[in-house]
Design a protein around this ligand. Structure first.
Ligand code: PLP
Length: 375
């Protein structure tokens, strides 16, 4: 059996075959490594895939979040509401822009922020909420959007882990995540559901004027050549990465479908293990299983992880410490105990290998090893 990896980009490369070399070769021929035609074509294709939105490519998902905050004219001292249990990027860019971060707790079932806790996080200086669609399914957007409307807040979706997943409205209508709020952000880090082979990111908006502004900020604030209208940054997706993303975008839905099938197989192996909570599929979202994340309810999460590693199975903890307890972001107003669900999840969650190329042998081996641990 092939060694198991969290994400197996070698198998992806085999799947893409000579098409990959051909796509790269084209860029090598025209040599327009920055702002090549692949970049704008990819932006158009992704915009169409998302249901007709403007896509502004940038250098990575963290930059996407920063550009979003800058384009909404958030000023030092303004506040943003962020879930306490997520990747560090949002809190980081807010801190760099001298914004105040106010945390909210997340659900023990679906791991996303709890709209009923927004009121407690809110302050008069809060200008935006940044819901994260964690592990591949939607934050409860209806509650978030209605709170935002009531308080006149912007909503910036962090869709870095949920590209291709859809929100399901009560009437059955669906809409791609990242296109529900004022601005959506994503990352093309290699291990994301749509990953390039380096760094990359993008920002989504329905407002053409806002898209222009985002593109300007991403390009040093430059209006016309050597006319700088505002202070910007240098944040670009390069042509080689765009060529790879153009090649991979048509497979995104099939890859996400395959991830769901892998998740269903894992689920069926784990049915009946009382100490495990398998991923909960919420009614308001499709799930694209960026991660397949279990909760270990008997206190043996670290022991399980060590056992799996011993058996040659990688498993990761996303995330081992909630952000309000990280030294860089700690504030006395949020002591330990402030967000009990986030703190508990940090001790209970474990993510198993998840990618579209896991073989049934590998899935069976991983699942049987987990079962053996709990026997
Ligand atoms: C990966 C990720 C990011 C950051 O993306 P980079 O491209 O690594 O900068 C931001 N938010 C979430 C939730 C992520 O998973």
């Amino acid at each position: 059996m092939r060694p198991i990896k969290m994400v197996d980009l070698g198998l992806e490369r085999t799947f893409l075959g000579p098409r990959l070399e051909a796509a790269l070769q084209e860029v090598l021929e025209h040599t327009q490594y920055i702002k090549g035609p692949e970049v704008s074509r990819f932006a158009e294709e992704l915009g169409a895939y998302l249901g007709g939105v403007e896509v502004v490519p940038c250098a990575n998902g963290t930059d996407a979040l920063q550009l979003a905050l800058m384009a909404l004219d958030l000023k030092p001292g303004d506040g943003v509401i962020v879930p306490a249990f997520t990747y560090v990027a949002t809190a980081e860019v807010a801190a760099l822009l001298r914004l105040n971060v106010y945390w909210v707790d997340v659900s023990l079932d679906h791991f996303n922020l709890l709209p009923e806790q927004l009121e407690a996080a809110w302050r008069p200086e809060v200008k935006a909420i940044v819901p994260v669609h964690l592990f591949g399914q939607a934050a409860p957007m209806q509650g978030i959007l209605s709170f935002a409307q009531e308080k006149h807040l912007y909503v910036i979706e962090d869709a870095a882990q949920a590209l291709g997943a859809s929100y399901i409205f009560p009437d059955g209508r669906t809409q791609k995540l990242g296109t529900l709020g004022d601005i959506g952000c994503t990352s093309f880090f290699p291990s994301k559901n749509l990953g390039c082979y380096g760094d990359g990111g993008a920002i989504f908006t329905r407002d053409p004027a806002r898209a222009k502004r985002l593109a300007r900020i991403a390009n040093h604030g430059q209006d016309t050549l050597y006319e700088f209208a505002e202070v910007g940054v240098n944040s670009r997706l390069d042509s080689l990465q765009a060529a790879i993303l153009r090649l991979k975008l048509p497979y995104l839905d099939a890859f996400n479908e395959r991830r769901r099938a892998v998740a269903d197989m894992y689920d069926s192996y784990f049915a009946g293990i009382a100490a495990l909570q398998t991923p909960i599929r919420i009614s308001w979202s499709t799930h694209i299983f960026h991660q397949y994340t279990l909760r270990v309810l008997d206190g043996r999460r670290d022991a399980l992880r060590a056992y799996l590693h011993e058996k040659g199975i990688p498993a990761m903890v996303y995330y081992p410490k909630p952000l309000h307890l990280q030294p860089a972001y700690f504030r006395p107003e949020y002591p330990a105990g402030s967000f009990p669900n986030a703190e508990r999840l940090a001790k209970e969650v474990i993510s198993l290998p998840m990618h579209p190329f896991l073989s049934e042998d590998q899935i069976a081996y991983i699942a049987e090893t987990v079962r053996a641990f709990f026997r």
